[in-house]
Every structure is written in structure tokens, then in C-alpha cells.
Unconditional design. Sequence first.
Length: 248
Amino acid sequence: MTLANSTAHTTAKSISLLAMDTSTEGCSVALLQQQAPASTVTADFILSPREHTQRILPMVDTILAQGKASLGEMNALVYGRGPGSFTGVRIGIGIAQGLAFGADIPMIGISTLQAMAQQAHAQSGATRVLAAIDARMGEVYWGEYQCGENGIMMLAGEEQVASPSAVIEQYRGQTFDFAAVGTGWQAYPELATAFAVTDEVTVRFPSAEFMLPAALEHFLNGETVAAEQATPVYLRDKVTWKKLPGRE
């Protein structure tokens, strides 16, 4: 699909969003091109631990070429804001900011936990999702999501970093149907046992493709930020910074 030129893409009838994420072992890019009433999504996802810096920009170039689009035609650049690997989140937001600065376009940050919940909804129809990413150090990044009327998975409560035992205590006595996503269930079997997760967790990493539904909603509501105001969400800032070489 060939997009309208940059003077026309601010209308609601023609919207182009480029999304990217490097917050975990996964590395992904996705392009939404919407010209009402039709829309197309072009996406790519690979597992590439420790290779995000080499992989992400060629993936961006490939996805834009496949969509016959240019960065300057984008209405906004969507980035995985975390939580996840400190280095991965930092790489993702840094590269995204550089692209957004160069193209003079705003940014939209989407939670990695929400992206996994959205994928579970899209692929299996899940309406309630518990997302757990292995945060190392005996903890998980955790979030509960429920499906809104618009089909967007919305956070119930707050995202948090907590030990599996603390999460289990929060939900003690509750019974409900849910889908489990993320790497935390395999990393901490006691969590899977407590929540009776016996099926294989198929959605293990966030994907940029599933950041697009929430990002589009944010864009239509005027909820974007300038590149210099884009911020990551680490949930455990102080602990992670202390682990970096040369820091006390």
C-alpha cells in the first residue's frame, strides 16, 4: 500500500505507525498503515539475545520497504517502554528516539506486559491475562490485564516488580479464568503451580505488532510525546543501575 504524503497523514483517515521493541530476548518491528476503512500490518519478530543493536535498524529498513513507506511518513514512532531487560529497554528507547528526532515525529510508549496481553487476546480470545516476565534476582515483572469494550487490553491495578511469593499472596483465595503470558511462569515453577498454569505458555516475549492496537488508540486520543520526553519504565531502576559496571 502506498501512503499519502506527509502533508496528508495527520488526518484520521490515513494513519501510519511504526513500532519497535528490544526490551527482552525478542527483537521486533511492525508497521501499521491505515486508510479508512482498511488497514494493513507488516511485522517481523526474531529471537536475538545480545544482538539487538545489530538487528533492529535493518529490520526497520526492511519493514518500511515492504510497506513502501518512509520514516517521514509516519504519524508516530511506537516503542516498547518496558519493563524488561534494562539494557534492552535502554537500547530500544535510544534508537527509537534517534529515529523520531531525525524524522521530527512524536512517540508513543507501550508496556511490554500489555503487548503480551494483547497478543493473547488476538490469538486466543483471552479477556483476562496475567503477565509475568522473569526479572531475575528472584522476582517477576507483573501485570494483570482485562479486555475493554474497544478490544484493548487494559491494566487492572499497577505494574509491579515482586517476588513470586508476594504475587501469590496478592491473589490468594481468588479463582478466575485467565491466560498466562511471559517468561516468569517457567522461570518460577512455584508461580505456575499456585495459579494452576498447566498448559504451555505460548506468548513468552512482547512483539511490536501487538503494541499497535493500544498505540493507535493513544494516537487517536492525542496521547503522544515529543522524542525528548519519551521515557522508559524499568520498575526497578535503582537496583539495576547499581549492577552496571563502574556504578556504586
